[in-house]
Design a protein around this ligand. Sequence first.
Ligand code: PGA
Length: 257
Amino acid sequence: MRTPIIAGNWKMYKTPAEAVAFVKELAPRLAGFDAAERVVCPPYVAIPGVAEALKGTPVKVGAQNVHWEKQGAFTGQVSAPMLQGLVEYCIIGHSEVRQYLGETDEMINNKAKALLAHGLKPIIAVGESLSQNEAGETEAFVGAQVQAAFTDIPVEALANIVVAYEPIWAIGTGKSASPEQANAIIKRAIRDVLADLYGQDAAQAMRIQYGGSVKPDNMLAFMSQPDIDGALVGGAALKVNDFVKLVELAVEAKGAR
Ligand code: PGA
């Protein structure tokens, strides 16, 4: 059984004080949903305060990006050793970072390796643009992103990696992929590609999230799909009630399995 994982990607929202106040309200309400992993990914500057506030709670912390080098002349960057002890997860490959900061598949692969080398767990985001989707290129494109991201990553590392399928045209647009469509891409372009690389058992054990306009009213439909193991959530993760509801629905859909 794959434990569902619901991760809130806060993006560039919430000051450190707002972030701490938010998780203090959130954490008690997320107790009792142990059938799901619950993760919040605040902006870097809020991470120490949030990590402290969440100590002793079941809610885990993630970062939104990382540099692949340990240290060096890389202005504005944060490395894996700097995140050690503060976070368990780190999102990499998010389409906004690919698009606005020029992150390439090779960088994403290097970031994944750096995180793993420091005992941190990558959440690797992949997904196609609207034009790729309309041109019928989704499967080939996402499959290639997955192959590139996993270059030289050994099979033993897979248990510490999560993949998030996020069609770019569904992020923050209110327009989500249909659950069946998302499940088909996750199965064919991610799980089957991983099966080719690592074998069926390893691929079946991998956790793959859907992301892109996930909300309480569509969550159950996504979580009811067999290959979707959780969600990477932007907008709805910024509201306590919505995030709690998403976790509740994930447990409802997957908990009894
Ligand atoms: P959204 O963002 O839920 O606001 O669409 C998802 C994401 O970018 O991870």
